[in-house]
Write a protein that binds this ligand. Structure first.
Ligand code: CUA
Length: 357
């Protein structure tokens, strides 16, 4: 230790910081960053992004000019040991007026588009929009389409080219609804409706997330927005409309699962029917669960293994969730339940294709 030079010791002291910077730099190179608000895919998000970029450009220009002038002054006018004392001055009215007026002009140039955007994004989306009622629950999202008579959960299907008028409310505590690529955050309150809207022209599957701390599983309160071509959306609607509480099942394993679903308390909280599900359902609606991309509120890929794991031990993955299994579900029972849930899928090939990640 004693032989280490001062330079080596300094280097060691800065190593943790250098490592953190290196990790951040490498992370910045990641190609896949779906939960970003910097790649807007909806009209609402694009308007906000426009103001953001404009403000960043002005800020960058100011930074470069001010820091540039500072560096030039430091180098060009630096003192030398035998310099005489410089001329003493006090204030400059001309300079002070200039450096008050220039920032004021820049602020006005930023304020005009900002205020325009505030009003544009607060306007009523109009009667042509597709209304979706969003209900935040600890810890999942319910989506109701009152005009289509459909209810679903955690995967919000929307058609391209039509404004989606979201009306948000909470069933319990305060949540915040956020689809980074489509719109800003909107707080979700019990007994008070808030609204937000967006329209997209880009088909795809987009992640969303609760953005307000709402309890122990706040971080696992995700969802997905699946933006469908109009024909695919219509097929999804038709498929969901055809779902019923009791689907005939031929497979013998699925038949066992169907009986378990009715006797193991699943049916008390979940409906498999997207059309007018019975009131008072406390768990997510499961119509089309067999073909959804994710389970557990947008958190786990909808594979047989994950579904079985979730059914057998929901508290192991999402402690505090209302899903509590009375007694125990054996591996065989879980396999049968998974086989049954896989049969709960709407049949339109277009929708199945769009649902595949
Ligand atoms: Cu809901 Cu955080």
């Amino acid at each position: 230790m004693r032989f280490r030079s001062i330079a080596t010791r300094r280097l060691f002291r800065w190593t943790p910081l250098l490592l953190v910077l290196l990790v951040l730099a490498v992370a910045g190179c990641a190609e896949n960053y779906p939960q970003t608000s910097l790649a807007p895919k909806g009209d609402f998000a694009q308007m906000v992004d426009h103001v953001f970029r404009l403000t960043v450009r002005w800020a960058a220009l100011v930074f470069l000019l001010v820091e540039g002038a500072l560096i030039v002054a430091i180098i060009r006018f630096r003192g030398k040991p035998d310099d005489p004392e410089p001329k003493q001055i006090h204030g400059s009215t001309v300079l002070e007026v200039i450096w008050t007026i220039i920032p004021a002009i820049i602020l006005v140039l930023v304020a005009i588009p900002t205020i325009k955007t505030v009003f544009a994004t607060a306007k009523d989306p109009g009667n042509e929009a597709l209304v979706v009622e969003v209900v935040g629950h600890q810890w999942w999202w319910e989506f109701r389409y009152p005009d289509l008579g459909l209810t679903t959960a955690n995967e919000l299907h929307v058609p391209l080219g039509r404004t989606i008028d979201l009306r948000l409310e909470s069933a319990d505590v305060v949540h915040s609804f956020w689809i980074p690529q489509f719109a800003g955050k909107r707080d979700v309150f019990p007994k008070r409706e808030t609204r937000i809207w967006f329209k997209t022209e880009d088909a795809g599957s987009y992640p969303g997330q609760c953005a307000e701390f709402c309890g122990i599983q706040h971080g696992r309160m995700g969802f997905r927005v699946i933006a469908d071509e109009v024909a695919d959306f219509d097929a999804w609607v038709a498929g969901m409309r055809a779902t019923t509480a009791t689907v005939p099942v031929e497979d013998s394993l699925a038949l066992v699962g169907q009986q378990l679903f009715a006797t193991k308390a699943c049916v008390g909280c979940h409906s498999l029917n997207a059309v007018n599900p019975p009131p008072g359902q406390i768990g997510p609606n499961l119509a089309n669960i067999g073909a959804r991309t994710m389970i557990a509120a947008g958190m786990l890929k909808n594979t047989d293994a994950n579904l079985a794991r979730w059914i057998q031990d929901p508290q192991g993955y999402k402690k505090g969730s209302l899903m509590k299994i009375p007694g125990r579900i054996t591996d065989d029972e879980a396999r049968a339940l998974v086989a049954y849930l896989r049969t709960q899928r709407i049949t339109s090939p277009a929708v199945v294709a769009a649902d595949t990640p």
